[in-house]
Design a binder for this molecule. Structure first.
Ligand SMILES: Nc1ncnc2c1ncn2[C@@H]1O[C@H](COP(=O)(O)OP(=O)(O)OP(=O)(O)O)[C@@H](O)[C@H]1O
Ligand SMILES: [Mg+2]
Length: 277
C-alpha cells in the first residue's frame, strides 16, 4: 500500500462540477476529493444528484462545466472505458451484472481469458470459473462454489461481491459503489460493508453512495451531503452526530415539516391507526 502525505494530490478530485439535462439543473458546482485507503460516503435524498455525479466520475456523462483530476493531472473521461484506464471501477445502482450470464463469464466480461490457438481459440471457462469463485470466496462468499451458475440466481449481497471482486481483481484503485446495500437485508448489508472495509485496507479509494446513515457511519472516513444538486456539507468522521446527518439529509426543514404533519394527523385521528381498505 502506498502512503500519501496530506499534501500530495488526491487520487481523484472533482472541482466545480455542474450538470444539466435540458433545462433541468441537476448538479451545481460540486467539488469532491477521494484519497487512497479512504472511504468517501456520498449522502443525499432521492433525486439529489448522487448517481448523476458518479456517472460523471466514471465517464458515462460529460459535465457541462468543471474539472476532473487524477493524482493532480487533469483528465477528460469520454466513456466508462476511459475512466477504467485510470483505475476507476464503478458498480452502478441498477444492474451492472448480467442475470443470464454465468458467474465465470460475467466476471471476465470484456476481458475473456482464452485458450488454444486461432482458429481454435475459445473461452477458458475452467480458469474463469475458478478465479471468479476464488475471488468471491476471498470476500467471504463461501456458498458459491460453482462458477457455471447464473448470476440471476445469486442473492443481492453475492452479486455485489461478484462486482466488487471483479473490480479488485482487475486492479481498480478507485471503487465507486452506488447504493450497494440499498436492497439488502441486515446480514447481507453487513457483508458488503465488510467488503468495503477490506478494499479500503488494500489502499483502494472507495466512494460509497447511500441513503442509510448507519451504513455510512460504519465505514466512512469522509462524508459529503448533496441537497438538490449542491454540496450542503463536507465533514470527516466524528465531526457530526447521526442526528445532525439525518437532519442534513432531510434538508432540516423537511424533517420538521414531516413531524408537524404527523402530529396533525395524530391529533385528527386521536392516535388511531389509519383504516386500511
Ligand atoms: N438522463 C436524465 N435526464 C433528465 N433528468 C435526469 C436524468 N438523469 C437524472 N435526472 C434527474 O436528475 C436528478 C438527480 O438524479 P440522480 O439519479 O442523480 O439522483 P440520486 O441522488 O441518485 O437519487 P436516488 O437516491 O433516488 O438514486 C433527478 O431529479 C432526476 O430525475
Ligand atoms: Mg441514485
Amino acid at each position: 500500500m502506498t502512503t500519501e502525505t496530506p499534501t500530495s494530490p488526491p487520487l481523484l478530485r472533482l472541482t466545480d462540477i455542474s450538470m444539466s439535462f435540458g433545462s433541468t439543473q441537476v448538479l451545481t458546482d460540486v467539488s469532491l476529493e477521494v484519497r487512497r485507503g479512504e472511504v468517501l460516503c456520498l449522502l443525499g435524498d432521492n433525486g439529489a444528484g448522487k448517481s448523476t455525479l458518479i456517472k460523471i466520475m466514471s465517464g458515462v456523462y460529460q459535465p457541462k462545466s468543471g474539472k476532473i483530476e487524477v493524482e493532480g493531472r487533469p483528465v477528460t473521461f469520454t466513456s466508462p472505458r476511459d475512466s477504467a484506464r485510470y483505475g476507476l471501477a464503478t458498480v452502478h445502482q441498477f444492474g451492472g451484472t448480467f442475470p443470464l450470464m454465468t458467474i465465470g463469464r460475467s466476471f471476465f466480461v470484456g476481458a475473456e481469458p482464452e485458450k488454444g490457438f486461432w482458429p481454435l481459440k475459445r473461452f477458458d471457462r475452467k480458469f474463469a470459473n475458478e478465479v471468479a469463485v476464488r475471488e468471491m470466496r476471498q470476500l467471504g462468499i463461501t456458498r458459491v462454489t460453482d462458477g457455471d451458475r447464473l448470476v440471476g440466481g445469486l442473492s443481492g449481497g453475492e452479486r455485489q461481491a461478484l462486482a466488487i471482486g471483479r473490480a479488485v481483481y482487475f486492479g481498480a484503485s478507485i471503487l465507486v459503489l452506488d447504493e450497494p446495500t440499498a436492497a439488502l437485508g441486515v446480514k447481507e448489508a453487513a457483508h458488503v460493508l465488510r467488503i468495503v472495509m477490506a478494499a479500503r485496507k488494500k489502499g483502494i479509494a472507495v466512494v460509497f453512495i447511500t441513503h442509510q446513515v448507519t451504513h455510512a457511519l460504519t465505514v466512512g472516513d469522509h462524508f459529503a451531503v448533496l441537497i438538490r444538486g449542491a454540496k450542503a456539507a463536507d465533514f470527516r468522521k466524528g465531526e457530526k452526530s447521526r442526528e445532525e446527518i439525518t437532519d442534513l439529509m432531510a434538508g432540516g426543514e423537511a424533517m420538521a415539516e414531516l413531524e408537524a404533519e404527523l402530529d396533525a394527523y395524530e391529533n385528527a385521528h386521536e392516535g388511531h391507526a389509519p383504516q386500511i381498505a
